[in-house]
Design a protein around this ligand. Structure first.
Ligand SMILES: Cc1ncc(COP(=O)(O)O)c(C=O)c1O
Length: 398
């Protein structure tokens, strides 16, 4: 295995905390104990198995598929470390396939990468935008390899008539991206029942359970939610004085890379193997109102994109949402990322990008590593927060 992975620049470790939550924040009013949420997502159906993270769900899928040393898994060249490390942990080799500029998977490219060692194809629906599952399913069947749907960004949404997550042999999702919480992943099988009793050796202890609950509430409180309870829980941090330091000392981007090994895991936590998700994660995911989650995400996406699409220097990757897309975030491409990205970060605008990826021959991934930024559109953003994000971006770019 001869790969190099880009490191995070020093500056990235010193950016101020965003002023608006990047991921959903908890509120009691969004829970709905009567709604039937299961028809909105494959991951809310009764056979879904809840685990501490999406990466842990991927690890179990690789185990269930009996993937180990000598085996190869096809992974997208545009990825994050938590998609990669479970593959390394089970001893298999990642083989990276290139993507098109709209992050779709090209079957010709898969044909070039497949070998007799290939056991599975990992298919992410990037940012909630579905891949062409019929063609990918047919490709996997023709080549007798497993299809793993990575729905970390697509807890909801459909492709044709089918819910995302229901075409792969196995599918995984990440609950923290769609629901308030500090941890959580799910796996489902569309093949045979998952032997959950064999997978899990233990539930989280009372301390971890309580911590998961309190951290979820605290996160909401830090973003001024939860009324009086929120004010009691609010964590009073010292004013952040790191910004000036960063501006003068560190560069916002780096070309530094480290050699990829199986000894050091940055994102995958082997100590979580065998542990169930917390009760808090499972309860919030099950009882959160899916209908409003879906409609608010779509509405926020469309509104923010309509406000950004005429600004020079920033371009939404997808201007339109199909009727069946439920976005996780808004992917946008920025000009001059070396200058623009740190400016947006210093302003406290919630943005992410995938900088730490393996260097491959995919030019799109190389380009998107710095240029593609993710903006939130989640259901718990207030109108004020949305206007603040848009106004702050305009101030920086216009
Ligand atoms: C596409 C994709 N797959 C899998 C994961 C892993 O999910 P989690 O963070 O819950 O482990 C992520 C996390 O960012 C992701 O973006």
């Amino acid at each position: 295995m001869d790969f190099e992975i880009y490191e995070l620049p020093e500056a990235a470790k010193h950016y101020p905390t965003p002023k608006v939550p990047m991921l959903p924040a908890f509120s009691f009013s969004d829970l709905s104990f009567l709604a039937d949420n299961s028809r909105h997502s494959r991951f809310l159906q009764p056979d879904a198995v809840f685990v501490p993270s999406g990466r842990m769900a991927l690890y179990y899928v690789l185990q269930l598929l009996d993937i180990s040393q000598e085996d190869e898994v096809l992974l997208p060249a545009y990825h994050c470390g938590s998609m990669l490390e479970p593959v390394l942990y089970v001893g298999a080799s990642p083989v990276f396939y290139s993507l098109t500029s709209d992050l779709q998977i090209d079957i010709g490219e898969l044909r070039r990468r497949i070998t007799k060692e290939t056991k599975a194809l990992l298919v992410p629906h990037f940012f909630g935008f579905a891949q062409d599952l019929d063609r990918l399913r047919a490709f996997c069947d023709q080549n007798s390899i497993a299809l793993i749907e990575d729905c970390a960004h697509s807890f909801y949404g459909t492709a044709g008539e089918q819910l995302l997550g229901s075409v792969g042999d196995y599918s995984i999702a990440s609950t923290v991206k769609f629901f308030p919480g500090v941890e959580g992943g799910v796996l489902v099988s569309n093949k045979e029942e998952i032997p959950a009793q064999q997978i899990f050796s233990r539930s989280q202890g009372p301390y971890q359970q309580l911590k998961s609950c309190i951290n979820t509430l605290e996160m909401a409180a830090n973003y001024s939610r939860l009324g009086i309870l929120g004010r009691l829980l609010k964590h009073r941090s010292k004013p952040d004085d790191s910004s000036e330091k960063v501006r003068s000392e560190y560069s916002a981007t780096t070309e530094k890379k480290r050699h990829l090994t199986r000894d050091v895991f940055q994102w995958f936590m082997p100590e979580q193997i065998g542990v169930r998700a917390s009760y808090t994660t499972k309860a919030i995911t099950t009882y959160w109102n899916s209908r409003t989650n879906i409609s608010k995400r779509r509405k926020n996406y469309q509104y923010i994109v309509s406000e950004l699409c005429n600004i020079e220097g920033i371009k939404p990757l997808f201007e339109n949402l199909s009727d069946t897309t439920v976005p996780y975030v808004i992917p946008v491409l920025i000009d001059n990322p070396e200058l623009t990205f740190p400016k947006l970060k210093h302003k406290g605008i919630p943005i992410w990008r995938w900088e730490e990826l393996v260097d491959t021959d995919c030019n799109i991934s190389r380009d998107y590593r710095l240029k593609l930024i993710q903006l939130p559109c989640h259901q718990t953003l207030s109108n004020y927060e949305i206007e603040w994000i848009i106004g702050s971006i305009k101030k920086i770019l216009i």
